[in-house]
Every structure is written in structure tokens, then in C-alpha cells.
Ligand binder design. Structure first.
Ligand code: SAM
Ligand code: FES
Length: 345
């Protein structure tokens, strides 16, 4: 195991069997070594800097029905909301004044925001805040829409692949196809976006073999950003009685991802902060280098409910900004409020 971890650290590559061996045989002392290697690697590419992104959850309407997700279309008790163009711009103004230079616009798959509305929002943000980057995370759209968003000024796009194993993917995504999701990711790349993929850790029935598939898929796709968080149940979904993913396994997957795709931007997610009060700090120590504090208006935070007990739902943007900075500094990192583009560019 020592040799395998060293090889991963030095060459950023191991075989499928070796990855499986690592996952199957992890223990406390190997974990410590893995996290140290991951931390060293993130320092090599990004120094001690942690990038901040302001997250704006602008709609919880969704036409898809992912079994795990609290805003799935079949959840009839969810209270739905949409932020207006002006409300989204106000969130950006608050964020910009707090120092943010990346805005992440995320929603369910909500086609109320058609290409024209989205492009207007993007252009208006860019005309006011030219030095800020815009990341879109609005799910699957066609090539022409992605192209229009890019031409309007969007810089990045997050679309987790969710599960690279087709069996697992099909179990949780009625009416959706993994091949379509992959085509979307390829389209986004071809258009010129900095692209983010990623997956959940601890989905019911997920095996180490499935997780190896996720890692190999990411290695091949080589995205600029990778979102990984634990699966957490939501009370109004069919998976409500399933167990959450664990912090431990999530940290292992973050660290392995850092070693396999060493220059990626890797968020310490809200979900990892939700399973453990110190989860976000621990994720940074395992190779993550991005945090995405919330800029959504507090009256809608609770409604953007993907899973139960989400943190920060009552906290103003300014409070989160200070809180997260303290957390980052408490484990020896520095906050970087710049755009934080991929070092690959
Ligand atoms: N609709 C867009 C999309 O499909 O990419 C963006 C919003 S979607 C709700 C954002 C991410 O939340 C998903 O990619 C998924 O991985 C994550 N998510 C949804 N339900 C979750 C749950 N119960 N636990 C943890 N993460 C969850
Ligand atoms: Fe929101 Fe700590 S990040 S309160």
C-alpha cells in the first residue's frame, strides 16, 4: 500500500485494480499518508490558497426526478421559488461588495429561465462586474443553449456526472441517461467552458468498484473542477430511510481525486460541512481548495433543500463570509478572493 500511495503521489496515475486495492484496504495510518500527499499536491499547484465562490441558488423548480434530491419534480410538498433577474443581480452586488469575484448560479432544471432570460442575466452581471467570473450550474441543456450562455459571458459550468457506473446511474435517475450527461460535459468542454463534473459518495448500493469507475471517468474527462460530497437523505424522497455517506469515505475520495487530477479545483462542499461540523476544514486538509459560501437571500435558503439539515440556512452572506474565513485560517490556509481560474489556463 505504501508503494501504491507513493506512486499515486509521484505519477498521478495507478491502474483500476490498484485503485480498488487502495479503497478496499484503507486504514487509519494509510489514510494519514493519503491526506498528507493530497495536501502537498494541492499546495504544489495552488499554494496555501483557498478560493471563495459566492453561490446563488436562484430556483428550486426542477423537471427532473433524481431519487435522492429534495427538489425533485415528484416532491409535491416542496415550496417552490424563483429569484427574479433583479434579485439575482442584488445577490451579486452583495457578493461583489463582500469581495467575491466568482458567482455560481445554480438551480434545478428550470426551463422557465430560457436561453434569452439566462443570457440577459449573464450579460447584466458581466456588464456591472467585469472582473468577476460566472459559473452556471443549471443541468442539461442543448448545445446551442450552452454556446449562447458562453457567448453571453459565462465562464464555467458545473454538471456533476453523479455516477459513472451505468447501473448505479440508472437506479437513481428515472427518465435520464448517463450518455446524455456525458455528451453535455463534452459539449461544454468543446465550447470552451471551464467544466466541473463530480459525484456523490455513499449512495445506496454504491460499491468501491463504482467509486473506482467514478475516479477513472474523471481521470479521462480531466475536468477543471470536481464536486464531490456525501449523499445525504431528504425526508420527502424515496431514499429517506437510507444511510448517509460518511465523512471518512468522502475525505478519501477527495484525496484520491486530488492525486489523480492534481491541478483540479476541488470544493469542500456544503454537504461535507453538514455531516460534520468540522467537515469543511477536514476536506481542505484532504486536498480540497475551494469553498462556496451562500449568497442566496436568507428567505429562500431553506427552500433550496437538496437534503435534510443543510447548514447556514439562517446566516446572512456577510456572516458566512467571515465564518468561512475563520474556518479556513484555523487549519492554516489563506483565503483568496480572486477569480480563482484553473491553473491550467
Ligand atoms: N440541476 C443542476 C444539475 O443537475 O447539475 C444543479 C443543481 S443539483 C440539485 C446540484 C447537485 O446536488 C447535484 O449534482 C447532486 O450531486 C447534489 N445533490 C442532490 N441531492 C443530494 C443529496 N440528497 N445529497 C447530497 N447531494 C445531493
Ligand atoms: Fe455560513 Fe459558517 S459558512 S455560517
Amino acid at each position: 500500500m505504501d508503494n501504491l500511495l507513493k506512486k499515486l503521489y509521484e505519477k498521478n496515475k495507478v491502474s483500476e485494480d490498484e485503485l480498488l486495492y487502495i479503497l478496499d484496504n484503507m486504514n487509519e495510518s494509510y489514510k494519514e499518508k493519503l491526506f498528507t500527499y493530497a495536501h502537498e499536491t494541492s499546495k504544489r499547484y495552488y499554494d496555501n490558497r483557498i478560493y471563495m465562490r459566492g453561490l446563488i441558488e436562484f430556483s428550486n423548480h426542477c423537471k427532473q426526478d433524481c431519487m435522492y434530491c429534495g427538489i425533485r419534480a415528484s416532491n409535491k410538498v416542496a415550496h417552490r421559488y424563483r429569484l427574479t433577474h433583479d434579485q439575482i443581480l442584488q445577490c451579486c452586488e452583495i457578493g461583489y461588495n463582500l469581495g467575491y469575484r466568482t458567482f455560481v448560479l445554480q438551480s434545478g432544471e428550470d426551463f422557465y429561465y430560457d436561453t434569452e432570460k439566462l443570457c440577459t442575466i449573464i450579460k447584466d452581471i458581466k456588464s456591472k462586474y467585469a472582473d468577476a467570473a460566472i459559473t452556471m450550474s443549471i443541468g442539461e441543456r442543448d448545445y446551442d443553449t450552452y454556446k449562447a450562455l458562453y457567448e453571453a459571458g459565462a465562464d464555467r459550468y458545473l454538471l456533476r456526472h453523479e455516477a459513472a457506473s451505468e447501473n448505479l446511474y440508472n437506479r437513481f435517475h428515472p427518465g435520464m441517461k448517463l450518455s446524455n450527461r456525458i455528451e453535455c460535459l463534452n459539449n461544454l468542454k468543446e465550447i470552451g467552458f471551464q467544466v466541473g463534473a463530480g459525484f456523490m459518495v455513499g449512495l445506496p448500493y454504491q460499491t468501491n468498484e463504482d467509486l473506482v469507475e467514478d475516479l477513472l471517468f474523471l481521470k479521462k474527462l480531466n475536468p477543471h473542477m470536481i464536486g464531490i460530497g456525501p449523499y445525504l437523505p431528504h425526508k420527502d424522497t424515496p431514499l429517506k430511510d437510507e444511510n448517509s455517506g460518511t465523512l471518512e469515505k468522502t475525505l478519501i475520495m477527495l484525496a484520491l481525486t486530488r492525486l489523480l487530477i492534481p491541478d483540479c479545483l476541488l470544493p469542500s462542499t456544503t454537504a461535507v460541512g453538514t455531516i460534520d461540523n468540522k467537515g469543511r476544514e477536514k476536506a481542505l486538509q484532504a486536498g480540497a481548495n475551494v469553498v462556496m459560501p451562500n449568497l442566496s437571500p436568507t428567505n429562500v435558503r431553506e427552500l433550496y433543500s437538496l437534503y435534510d439539515n443543510k447548514i447556514c440556512t439562517g446566516d446572512e452572506a456577510a456572516h458566512c463570509r467571515v465564518c468561512i474565513q475563520k474556518r479556513i485560517e484555523s487549519v492554516g490556509f489563506e483565503v483568496d478572493m480572486g477569480r480563482g481560474d484553473s491553473v491550467r489556463l
